[in-house]
Design a protein around this ligand. Structure first.
Ligand code: SF4
Length: 400
């Protein structure tokens, strides 16, 4: 979502200003994030550095909404919240007339990341969650789903421009259109019916809302244009912890979704997120998380050490020692590497169809299989579909 907002900010700024390398610039626009305390400190440090270099600094993004006083105190000249993207030029040049404040993210001009065949298309902003630890909710607010027509028209334009991987993003894509007739499956239906050979990567979905659309979602996922991939953040393998976190689902719900997708597709990738060291997580609940991961064996595991965020409920709970959080996150990382390698090893010698999406390191290219495994390839062109044979497996990628 933040990457998509950066593309919009670049597109808007380019309408009035010349975008150049930071070293040459006299003004810097930072698109900030509020998820972790560590990231917040890094952003505040950057603001101070740019100000010390005599640059004007405008800070956009979640941190501007979540902690505006800190951003200003660090030296930012002005801020815009995630709901005020259209004001960026007004803030950079105060003589600018404010216009089109009601546009959705699909209607703004964008400058997409160069050299990639990925188009990030936001479908909603905000969420329906009440997660106890979440600062993003405080910054982004309640759910606003963008109209289907503008989303479909942006996707269609991106395909016409040559983009081959369409990433539909939101804080929680599973709540898209909640309360109305056109939910995520209906939106996906319209997207996959567009002409052209492309792949759709559906962004993060909170398990609570996936359960409400499970059957329709499985049905539309049968379309070959959708990556057989779910980003389903479970956060903990213990129901008491999940309840404290106010996640709104149980471990059994998570298992049911995973089982349903794996039963319906020959190959399917699950990506999940885990918070290590949430305040009420004890040794037994942490072991339950390890056991659940061992049982499910997700293809991707994103691990975050709990960091209290001011203004959230979890910040008032007694934090557990840092060394315990580090140890838990170390054990999870070890498990993640082992499971990732075991999952990828099964593909050695197999032929896979991949879509080449962006450049890799040392003259290689990065590609995605139909079930979203990352494959490093040595030949081909960005945006091209190719048949490859997997030669080597690593914990987070494979090499053709
Ligand atoms: S679903 Fe929960 S974690 Fe996700 S943005 Fe909403 S409140 Fe935050």
């Amino acid at each position: 979502m933040n990457q998509g907002d950066t593309e919009i900010l670049k597109g808007l700024v380019a309408q009035r200003h010349r975008i150049c390398a930071i070293e040459e610039s006299d003004t810097v626009v930072i698109n900030s994030c509020a998820v972790l305390g560590f990231t917040e400190r890094k952003i505040l440090k950057k603001i101070m550095e740019f100000r010390a270099q005599g640059k004007k600094v405008l800070v956009a993004g979640c941190l501007s909404a979540y902690a505006p006083e800190k951003v200003i105190e660090a030296g930012a000249d002005s801020i815009i919240t995630p709901h005020e993207l259209s004001l960026v030029n007004h803030r950079l040049d105060s003589s600018e007339i404010i216009e089109n404040r009601e546009k959705t993210r699909n209607e703004y001009p964008k400058i997409r990341y160069e050299g990639s065949s990925i188009a990030i298309i936001p479908i909603a902003e905000g969420c329906l969650g009440r997660c106890s630890y979440c600062a993003t909710r405080l910054a982004r607010g309640r759910l606003r789903s963008f109209p289907q027509e503008t989303i479909v028209s942006e996707v269609s334009e991106a395909i016409a421009q040559g983009y081959r991987e369409i990433q539909l993003t939101a804080q929680d894509t599973g709540v898209y259109g909640y309360g109305g007739r056109d939910r995520l499956p209906q939106l996906l239906h319209k997207v996959v019916n567009l002409d052209g050979d492309f792949r759709v990567r559906v962004g993060m979905m909170n398990p609570t809302f996936v359960l409400k659309i499970l059957d329709e979602l499985v049905e539309i996922y049968k379309n070959r244009k959708i990556y057989k991939f779910l980003h389903l953040p479970v956060q903990s393998g213990d129901n008491t912890v999940l309840k404290h976190m106010r996640r709104g689902y149980s471990v059994e719900d998570f298992r049911e979704i995973v089982r349903t997708f794996r039963d319906n597709f020959r190959r399917f990738s699950i990506s999940t997120d885990i918070i290590a060291g949430y305040p009420v997580e004890n040794s037994a609940s942490f072991e339950a998380t390890l056991n659940m991961i061992e049982e499910i064996k997700p293809e991707i595991i994103n691990i975050t050490r709990f960091s209290p965020r001011e203004g959230t409920e979890a910040a008032d709970l007694e934090d557990i020692h840092d060394y315990i959080k580090k140890e838990r996150s170390r054990r999870l990382s070890e498990m993640m590497k082992r499971i990732g390698y075991e999952n990828n090893k099964r593909f050695i010698g197999k032929r896979l169809k991949v879509l080449i999406t962006k450049p890799g390191k040392n003259n290689t290219l990065l590609a995605r299989s139909d079930f979203y495994n990352l494959v490093v390839v040595k030949e081909g062109k960005i945006g091209e579909f190719r048949e490859i044979t997997v030669k080597t497996a690593k914990s987070t990628y494979m090499i053709a």
